[in-house]
Write a protein that binds this ligand. Structure first.
Ligand code: 48F
Length: 259
C-alpha cells in the first residue's frame, strides 16, 4: 500500500463531492435528528441536499438519550418514521415506544446518505448569503477547528435554493439573520422568542406548526423551531424531531419545483 495513493484517494474523493456541493437545492445546518430526517426525505425525492455538521459526529442530542441513558422515547407518529428507517422499537405503554438512541442515529444517517444526501461533518455554518429581496440564497462555511482554535481564517460560501435551520436549541441560523441584518422573522416579536421550560406534551404538539418558513428562503426544523417560536422544550422524546424533519422536507417538496 502506498501512503501517497491513500492520501490522493481521500483528497480527490472529498473535493469532488465538495465541488459538487457548491450549488445545491437545499442546504441544512445541523445533522441532528431533524436535519437528518429532512435530508432523507428530500434526497429520496431527488432534491439535491447537503447537510453541514459542526461536530465530529452526527446525531446532535440524540446519542445521549435522556441524561446519558442511551434510549429515546417516541409516540405513535414518531414510531411510524422509525419503522420506515428500520429502527427497532419496544412498546412500553400505549403510545410510548422506546428505541436505542445509537441505533436510531446510525439508521437516520445511513438512510439519508443512501438516499443521496451529502453530509459534511466538522464544518460550521458561520453566516448566510443574502441577495435580492433579502432572500437567503446560501450558507457561509468554515472548518469548526478554525473557531475552536480562535484563528482568523476567511470562510467559503455555497449557493442553495433553500436553507433549513436544524441547529437545535441554539437556532443559530435564525439568530444570525436577526443579529447581522436586524431582520424580522415571521414570529410574534420578529425575533427569536426563545424556548419555554420542558413540557413534552405541548412541545411535541407545537413543533409541527412551528416547522415552517421563518424568513424568505429559511425553514426552521426540530428544536430550533420551538426555540424560535417560543414553544416548550421536550427532553428525550424524539417523535417531534422526526416529524418536524419530515414536515420541513414536505414543505420544501411542495414549493421547490415552482422556484
Ligand atoms: O441539537 P440537535 O439534536 O437538534 P434537533 O435535530 O434535535 C433536538 C434534540 O436532540 C434534543 C431535543 C429532543 O427533544 O430537544 O435537543 O432539533 O442537533 C443540532 C445539530 O446542529 C449542529 C450541532 O452540532 C448539532 O449536531 N449545529 C449547531 N449549530 C451549527 C451546527 C452550525 N452553526 N453549523 C453546523 N452545525
Amino acid at each position: 500500500m502506498d501512503d501517497i495513493i491513500i492520501s490522493r484517494a481521500i483528497t480527490e474523493s472529498f473535493f469532488k463531492e465538495f465541488l459538487d456541493t457548491l450549488e445545491v437545492d437545499v442546504a441544512i445546518a445541523g445533522a441532528g435528528p431533524a436535519g437528518l430526517v429532512a435530508a432523507y426525505y428530500l434526497s429520496r425525492a431527488g432534491v439535491k441536499t447537503t447537510v453541514f455538521e459542526r461536530n465530529l459526529r452526527v446525531g446532535g442530542g440524540m446519542p445521549g438519550g435522556g441524561m446519558m441513558f442511551n434510549r429515546i422515547v417516541v409516540q405513535e407518529g414518531g414510531r411510524d418514521i422509525l419503522n420506515e428507517f428500520e429502527v427497532r422499537t419496544t412498546e412500553y405503554e400505549k403510545d410510548y415506544y422506546v428505541a436505542d438512541s445509537l441505533e436510531t442515529v446510525a439508521a437516520l444517517c445511513l438512510k439519508a446518505i443512501k438516499a443521496g444526501a451529502k453530509i459534511f461533518n466538522l464544518i460550521s455554518v458561520e453566516d448566510v448569503m443574502i441577495r435580492e429581496e433579502d432572500r437567503i440564497t446560501g450558507l457561509v462555511l468554515n472548518w469548526s477547528a478554525v473557531s475552536l482554535a480562535g484563528l482568523h481564517v476567511d470562510p467559503l460560501a455555497i449557493r442553495s435554493k433553500l436553507v433549513i435551520d436544524a441547529t437545535g436549541h441554539a437556532s443559530e441560523i435564525c439568530h444570525l439573520v436577526v443579529k447581522k441584518m436586524g431582520a424580522r422573522l415571521k414570529t410574534k416579536t420578529g425575533e427569536v422568542i426563545g424556548e419555554k421550560p420542558m413540557w413534552a406534551d405541548v412541545g411535541e404538539r407545537e413543533i409541527i406548526e412551528n416547522t415552517r418558513e421563518v424568513y424568505p428562503g429559511l425553514i426552521v426544523a426540530g428544536m430550533a423551531a420551538n426555540a424560535v417560536f417560543g414553544s416548550p422544550r421536550m427532553g428525550p422524546i424524539f417523535g417531534g424531531m422526526l416529524l418536524s424533519g419530515k414536515r420541513a422536507a414536505q414543505l420544501i417538496l411542495d414549493v421547490l419545483p415552482a422556484r
